[in-house]
Design a protein around this ligand. Structure first.
Ligand code: RIB
Ligand code: CA
Length: 317
């Protein structure tokens, strides 16, 4: 990704430990200019994830207000992740107090303002249910040309994780996902195909503590907490789902990406929320690029490097 000017970003998510770590990666990359943070209900209620958004912004010294999005999906009932990310939705580390009040604008209003005011098309990184993004596309179709790309963590071409067919973000609001995949804007889909390979192991994240800076220590504490739940589910490490949606933008060379046309199943007791590749690009113009693989060691090294950029010493091997 070679750019003269910084690339404007909107971060939309439901932090959530992996959303938070994705945002650390975005804030650490000098090529990105984070213009807005918008909260969407998902891992936890809107109130909880929105508060987490403000605290993460304070931790990363992002001088921007957080805008609250929808409290519930477009049509479906809200399905939170329960205590998967802890009571607050981001348990495990002491975070700084928020530095800004919530924006008086809604997430859609803030997103629309950023798109309107940006000289260059904007990348939206959506790491929660695609509810806010869909609401933006419905309310402001005229702003589609100002969307350079929507990079999502969501879906899976081979399996789900909340059910065996559906991934959590998609299943939370399948209608929103359907709107996004049919909106005619470029989509980069980091589904479970790649994110379940994006694993960091305890001996790797313990190195963060030798960096001696608050962000690195916080990420290590988040991973300590999040790994407890995942270990109960049989994972030996932490699957860094959402960070893929950022690193696939900044370091596509470490990923395997293919063009395809993705669709979302909206009905069926066992199929709602299923994402599938309906056509390969050669049969019709691809609406989506799906990320299906990565170099895990390079992925982990980039995370450690990003945490180092917030100050402190060398990583001790
Ligand atoms: O399925 C993983 C996704 O669900 C991640 O975005 C995680 O934060 C949760 O929102
Ligand atoms: Ca998320």
């Amino acid at each position: 990704m070679n750019t003269e000017r910084k690339i404007p970003l909107i971060l939309d998510g439901d932090p959530g430990h992996d959303d938070a770590i994705a945002w650390v990666l975005a804030a650490a990359d000098p090529r990105f200019d984070i213009r807005a943070i918008t909260a969407v209900a998902g891992n936890q209620t809107l109130a909880k994830v929105a508060e987490n958004c403000r605290k993460i912004a304070a931790l990363l010294h992002l001088d921007i207000e957080v805008a609250k999005g929808r409290e519930v999906p477009l049509i479906a009932d809200l399905m939170t992740g329960g205590d998967y990310h802890g009571e607050t939705g981001l348990d495990g580390a002491d975070l700084p107090a928020p530095e800004h009040p919530f924006s008086s604008r809604s997430a859609v209003e803030m997103m629309a303002d950023v798109l309107r005011e940006s000289e260059d098309p904007v990348i939206i990184v959506a790491t929660g249910p695609q509810t806010n993004v869909a609401a933006l596309l419905l309310a402001h179709p005229e702003l589609k040309p100002k969307i350079r790309l929507v990079s999502i963590m969501g879906g899976g071409l081979r399996n789900g994780n909340w059910t065996s067919t559906a991934e959590f973000n998609i299943l939370n609001d399948p209608e929103a996902a359907w709107i996004l995949f049919h909106a005619g804007v470029p989509v980069l889909m980091c589904g479970l195909d790649v994110t379940e390979q994006a694993i960091i192991y305890p001996e790797e994240w313990q190195k963060l503590r030798s960096l001696h800076n608050r962000v690195a220590d916080t990420v290590a504490a988040w991973l300590d907490f999040f790994s407890i739940k995942l270990k109960e589910l049989g994972w030996e490490g932490v699957t860094l789902h959402d960070p893929c949606a950022v690193l696939a933008l900044s370091h596509p060379e470490i990923f395997t990406i293919k063009e395809c046309n993705v669709d979302v199943v909206l009905d069926g007791e066992y199929t709602r929320g299923l994402t599938m590749c309906t056509r390969t690009a050669k049969e019709q113009p691809a609406s989506c690029r799906a990320v299906t693989g990565l170099d895990r060691e390079k992925f982990v090294a980039l995370l450690i490097e990003a945490c180092r950029s917030f100050g402190g010493g060398e990583v001790t091997e």
